[in-house]
Write a protein that binds this ligand. Structure first.
Ligand code: ZN
Length: 448
């Protein structure tokens, strides 16, 4: 095994200060200028921003059951390539992650892969069927220590079940992450409802299908005094509802995806199924409202909704194509392009929305904190001056269903460190056996 010590020389922290970082035994041992240590590998970080390792609260790793789309290993590699050090794995696998057994399986797969910390999300209802509550307590008390529960892909549309779920998770400080989509208002929906859907002759997906569920759920969360998290907010009206709920002191948090910060419904006119996603791409004014909501704190975090699919699930007619886009590898560049280049967010805000707050919402310790002496060494080195034409070569996971192929995006992840060892160096994802060996050596146990 190569050196366990690293000096990251001349990095710029999220707040703009320049520093070296000494990494030793999984921790940031020292921060300051002119650092050196015997036998340390020196990484020249001049011109690079050192961000706390990114944390994705919304990732589809597809394993168990859909390994042709992604595995915990390949999804973890995609995450590392994107600068992530932790991901929360959605429950819509096969079998569904609705028991302690399945969430512990996902946890173990993540630990042995070693690229990122994988925290399983538990299903809210058995089989995502929306009929009765899953074993929330058993998953919370399992080795996987589940704190986030979601039927994502499906909405918990029954208000009584939603109320019971919100009540139940209070006992262990859990949170319900809702996929807000009133199913009765979106039967057969193919794209955002509006003038363009009429023109294209595609069944519309009205904004109110999302907004009405969010309005109901924030009131339920207020009524029972529990925590609600809203997945992938996509409309201006949703931002208004969440802003109102926060002004009332309701414990609601919300996420926006990189693609909803950058792309609009006009892309659907190409009938290129890479642009088919749930919730759908919306209007320019929605994108503007989402950016403003992220900038003013109404929307708390950016989460990828990384949704890999095999080629055949996308390479078909628009109506038949699967919803979803891969997003881990491109997330930081898309956030850079959509809200940093125009001055809405500073890099310190990026650290907050892509690392600190998602870790907090998911009650994940050891991630998301500032890069100070004594902290666990989770960080990414990002080159903000780079530009690249995004291509399949930039995709490390199994899915190539990226909407950004052939687009020019700013920035590049140069290195990622997870628990003090590199998962990406010089822009190259490190070999699985090397990473697994280091992960085993570190054998970090998860704690509350
Ligand atoms: Zn969803």
């Amino acid at each position: 095994m190569s050196s366990e010590r690293y000096v990251i020389a001349g990095a710029t922290l999220a707040d703009g200060t320049g520093t070296d970082l000494l990494v030793e035994s999984g921790r940031i041992a020292d921060v300051g200028s002119g650092l050196s240590a015997a036998g340390a590998t020196v990484i020249d970080a001049n011109g690079l921003i050192a961000l706390p390792g990114l944390v994705d609260l919304h990732t589809h790793l597809r394993e168990p059951g859909y390994e042709q789309s992604e595995t915990v290993l390949t999804g973890s590699q995609a995450a590392a390539a994107g600068g992530f050090t932790a991901v929360f794995a959605m429950a819509n696998t096969s079998p569904v992650a609705d028991t302690a057994g399945v969430v512990e399986q996902v946890l173990s797969l993540g630990q042995s892969a070693g690229y990122v910390t994988v925290r399983p999300i538990g299903a809210v209802t058995v089989g995502l069927a929306g009929e009765r509550l899953a074993e929330l307590g058993a998953m919370a008390n399992s080795r996987a220590h589940v704190r986030v529960f979601s039927d994502d892909g499906q909405c918990v549309s029954d208000p009584l079940l939603m109320r019971r779920a919100l009540e139940y998770v209070k006992a262990f400080d859990g949170v319900i992450a809702q996929h807000a989509q009133e199913p009765r208002l979106t039967v057969g929906a193919q794209m955002n409802e509006g003038a363009l859907s009429g023109e294209l002759g595609l069944t519309g997906w009205p904004a109110v299908a999302e907004e009405s569920i969010i309005a109901r759920d924030v009131l339920l969360a207020e009524h029972v005094g529990s925590r609600l998290h809203v997945c992938h907010v996509s409309t201006a009206g949703s931002v208004d509802v969440i802003r109102w709920a926060k002004s009332r002191g309701i414990a609601v948090t919300a996420e926006v995806t990189p693609h909803h910060l950058l792309l609009t419904e006009e892309l659907v006119a190409s009938y290129d199924s890479r642009y088919k996603v749930n919730p759908p791409l919306r209007r320019r004014e929605d994108v503007e409202a989402l950016r403003q909501g992220l900038a003013d704190g109404t929307i708390d975090i950016v989460a990828t909704d990384h949704a890999p699919h095999p080629v055949e699930a996308k390479d078909c007619e628009w109506d038949a194509a699967a919803n979803g886009m891969v997003g881990l590898e491109s997330a930081l560049s898309v956030v850079h392009a959509s809200v940093v280049q125009n001055g809405l967010l500073e890099w310190a805000d990026v650290a907050r929305v892509l690392s600190h707050t998602p870790a907090q919402i998911g009650r994940l310790t050891g991630h998301g904190g500032p890069l100070v002496a004594g902290a666990a060494a989770q960080f990414t080195l990002y080159d903000p001056s780079a530009t690249r034409e995004f291509g399949t070569g930039d995709l490390t996971g199994k899915g190539i269903n990226s909407p950004y192929l052939a687009m020019t995006l700013p920035g590049r992840v140069v290195a990622t460190f997870h628990n003090g060892y590199p998962t990406v160096l010089d822009g190259v994802v490190q070999a699985p056996d090397t990473v697994a060996e280091r992960a085993a050596a570190r054998a970090v146990s998860i704690r509350g």
